[in-house]
Design a protein around this ligand. Structure first.
Ligand code: CS2
Length: 457
């Protein structure tokens, strides 16, 4: 349903009385950030922090959002002058906040030149990314897949924008990956370097000297917004918001202190700027995301739709506790003051939030891109320590069932090959085809074929 009447916009902002909203003058803020992948997660996370930072007095960090795959978000946000609501939901109720950080949304390929101009503007200091795991265009062995990293990929835009900065004698950029990949900054750096080696070695050198790639850990659960959410929000706001996002009150952002130039004072509004992100990132990927994927496949198999329902099942809850506390936590080298038992407890409470209505099938998407950093690294660390991971193995079997179509069509960039293999094999054969020597998945878990047979029979 699209409401054209009474739509949220700069003009109607004054009518919005519910919730909180920024007080800075939006029209006077220069665009300092170009963000690739302006989906719901970015709007509820980084853009929300940037909005808070500008509200606390920082200036000129408006965001230009870029959509590489669809024009939906542009269609939602452009008529609203980039304004949207973040609805934080808990059992206690809903808290609304109107965010003003996003000033424009550009779409590939329609706005190709404008995207490159934004990247090469003297006001821009940061290019950030939430393009999901598959947006990094990696092959199974983790190297850059040249077939996917072509026109319209982040590499194509970055190199064109950065080449123009170099030519214009401008500074480099901070390239900030905010995706759920292990060592996300290092991965982006390595992949962009590989792209430059193929296409423009001199630019590669300029980037190495002038740009930085901080690692980040981003955390906020953001289910896809539904029509029912939009109707609820309209009832509270009294204005229609087609770009609203729904999330939990919890949020965390840990960023490596490695910027090429100025940055928003995100630490004033709750982000943690640290010298080493790895302990937080590893704990988050293996415990939160690892548990999430397990709940997705095991929960769907047990007939549930939402995360809170799956975690409410005593058998699933105990498997997830085992995965987090006994399989993942012992593989994480913690930072001072980081308590993994408290982290696990807090995660269970977040998963149990019934107000979020987080769909298991949403988490089950793109398993081939998520499982390496969520499960395979945990499996490998435990293998070298001589420990078993029965909870992850159970979850993996549920993933195989998902690949056989048990939960409907499979959404995954490798769906064709994965479903073909899973449908004609037993669990043990499927495990060998995926994780054995020369298998389809990255060879992170160095397990022998005999062992795989035994584990999955
Ligand atoms: C989820 C994540 O969809 C998924 O794969 O595991 O989006 C998760 O909700 C976020 O990483 C939480 O920060």
């Amino acid at each position: 349903m699209t409401f054209t009447q009474n739509r949220l916009s700069s003009e109607r902002l004054a009518q919005v009385s519910a919730g909180s909203r920024f007080s800075y003058n939006r029209t006077q803020q220069a665009i300092g950030i170009v963000h690739f992948g302006i989906g719901a997660f970015h709007r509820a996370h980084q853009a929300w922090y940037t909005d808070r930072a500008m509200d606390a007095g920082d200036r000129n960090w408006a965001t230009c959002g870029v959509s590489l795959r669809s024009k939906n978000v542009a269609d939602q946000l452009t008529p609203q002058d980039g304004l949207y609501t973040v609805a934080e939901r808990s059992e206690r109720g809903t808290h609304l906040c109107v965010v003003g950080a996003v000033q424009e949304v550009l779409v590939h390929p329609r706005d190709c030149n404008a995207i490159i101009e934004r990247l090469s503007s003297p006001d821009t200091h940061i290019a950030s990314f939430t393009v999901t795991e598959k947006g990094y265009c990696r092959s199974a062995d983790g190297s850059l897949d040249p077939d996917r990293a072509g026109a319209g990929s982040i590499y194509d835009y970055l190199t064109r924008g950065l080449a123009l900065r170099k030519e214009r004698g401008l500074s480099g950029l901070t390239l900030l990956s905010c995706d759920n990949l292990a060592d996300n900054g290092r991965q982006l750096e390595r992949l962009l370097k590989a792209y430059c080696a193929e296409n423009d070695a001199q630019l590669g050198e300029w980037i190495a000297t002038n740009c930085t790639f901080p690692c980040t850990m981003v955390d906020r659960i953001v289910p896809a917004t539904t029509d029912a959410d939009r109707t609820d929000i309209m009832e509270i706001l009294q204005v229609q918001d087609e770009a609203a996002v729904v999330t939990e009150s919890f949020t965390q952002w840990v960023i490596e202190d490695k910027f090429a130039g100025p940055r928003p004072a995100w630490e004033q509004v709750g982000a943690e700027i640290v010298s080493d992100v790895a302990p937080y990132e590893t704990a988050k990927l293996r415990m939160l995301n690892g548990a999430h994927s397990a709940l997705a496949y095991l929960g769907l198999k047990a007939g549930y739709t939402f995360v809170h329902e799956a975690i409410g099942d005593p058998a699933l809850r105990s498997l997830v506790e085992q995965l987090m506390r006994e399989e993942a936590a012992p593989t994480v080298a913690t930072a001072d003051g980081q308590s993994l038992p408290s982290y696990a407890e807090a995660l269970i409470a977040r998963f149990a939030n019934p107000a979020l209505q987080h769909k298991l099938i949403q988490i089950g998407m793109d398993g081939s891109q998520k499982i390496p950093q969520r499960w395979l690294e945990t499996l490998e660390a435990n293998r070298t320590a001589g420990r078993q991971c029965p909870a992850i193995i159970a979850a993996m079997k549920a993933w195989f069932a998902h690949l056989r179509g048990d939960n409907g069509p499979v959404e995954d960039p490798m769906a064709d090959r994965l479903t073909e293999i899973a449908s004609r094999t037993s669990d043990a054969q499927c495990a060998v085809a995926l994780f054995g020597e020369g298998g389809m998945m990255p060879r992170i878990w160095q397990v022998s074929e005999e062992k795989l047979q035994a584990l999955f029979s």
